[in-house]
Design a protein around this ligand. Structure first.
Ligand SMILES: *Cc1c(COP(=O)(O)O)cnc(C)c1O
Length: 228
């Protein structure tokens, strides 16, 4: 299947899943996860109208973004971000999905301010308490948001939550994970206000369930580009 056909197919499935949950497909942002993919594959998908791309390693992303700077693409950082790499983010990324500490937020904010931009941030929550995953525990969420709001940093805007479902988890476990993240977002809305509106959850194997459970952003790699 060509990249364009794969994109069309996924968008149709997103539309159908959105309809089933009383929403509109166009309100769901599809992020093409282009990690390990060559620039040519990104260009192909961009030519089909895809705008949002996700990368999980700073150096790889920096190189690709430089080579694609003539295209008006929106870049998402979705990997674990070490504080010492945060200085590379401000001029390049519109979104970072993996915030997990106040310290990292300060570094990102400084980099964004220097670049004269605002970066939208999502807090990564390790909903399933998987020891192999990064992200904060659900119990750490409110204290961290309190601390972030207290710090009131310029250059960043806190927009919502992100989680990674366990691979090959199956429908029931995936839905449990996604609905738990949605419940945390709703609690954040009650406590902190409605600027918390984004739920980044759902990948190639589980995105239709994620949409039905309320995802607003999907991160899809292999279903778009093929196996890496
Ligand atoms: C690689 C990756 C994805 C995409 O996974 P696929 O199974 O290829 O769709 C999504 N989110 C994160 C954080 C990733 O690292």
């Amino acid at each position: 299947m060509s990249a364009g056909d794969a994109l069309e197919n996924i968008r149709q499935r997103i539309d159908a899943a959105a309809l089933r949950s009383g929403r509109r497909g166009e309100d769901i942002r599809l992020i093409a996860v282009s990690k390990h993919q060559p620039v040519s594959a990104i260009e192909k998908l961009a030519a089909c109208g895809q705008q949002d791309f996700g990368e999980n390693q700073v150096q790889e992303a920096v190189d690709k973004i430089a080579r694609l700077c003539d295209q008006s693409l929106e870049w998402h950082f979705i990997g674990h971000l070490q504080s010492n790499k945060a200085r590379h983010t401000g001029s390049r990324f519109s979104w970072i999905h993996t915030l997990d500490s106040l310290r990292l937020a300060r570094r990102i904010a400084a980099s964004a301010e220097e670049a004269g931009r605002t970066i939208r941030l999502l807090l990564q929550v390790n909903v399933s308490a998987d020891p192999a995953k990064h992200g904060i525990a659900p119990g750490e969420l409110f204290p961290l948001v309190d601390a972030l709001l207290e710090a009131d940093l310029d250059g960043i805007h806190l927009c919502g939550l992100m989680t990674i479902g366990r691979r090959a988890a199956g429908e029931s476990e995936s839905r449990t994970t996604f609905s738990a993240l949605r419940s945390l977002l709703e609690q954040c809305q009650v406590r902190f206000g409605t600027s918390f509106s984004e739920l980044s959850m759902g990948m190639s194997d589980d995105y239709e369930w994620a949409v039905e459970e309320g995802a607003t952003m999907l991160r899809i790699g292999k279903a778009l580009f093929g196996e890496r």
